[in-house]
Design a protein around this ligand. Structure first.
Ligand SMILES: [Zn+2]
Length: 111
């Protein structure tokens, strides 16, 4: 992997890494707050920045079988959520290609 150029967001509220304050997404871009992560509440996004993905693996979640990749903060490598690659249930297909960030691993910043 080459040099990672950090990008910065502007908006009412920016969600950042709780550990190193790298920008991930704006509050405006949250699709749903009704998700559950390993540590409680989690948010669904269409896109997040300054992250890299881990290996794809199958996981059985409460909404069925999914193929996912962990997503890591590009700065400090903390696992902050996951990306949905494949949802096997028809009703869950809308999540494919989208990202989950765990609420407890995020920090809110106003810009
Ligand atoms: Zn970080």
């Amino acid at each position: 992997m080459g040099i990672v150029y950090k990008k910065y967001l502007t908006g009412e509220k920016v969600l950042t890494c709780n550990n190193c304050k790298t920008h991930f997404a704006t509050c405006d871009s949250i699709i749903s707050k009704n998700f559950h992560g390993q540590n409680g509440r989690a948010f669904l996004f269409s896109n997040v920045i300054n992250v890299y993905t881990g290996d794809a693996e199958d996981r059985l979640m409460r909404t069925g079988q999914h193929t996912v990749q962990d997503i890591h903060c590009a700065e400090c490598s903390t696992v902050v959520g996951w990306k949905y690659l494949v949802a096997y249930e028809q009703s869950e297909r809308y999540k494919e290609g989208r990202f989950i960030l765990e609420r407890t691993l995020l920090h809110y910043t106003s810009t």
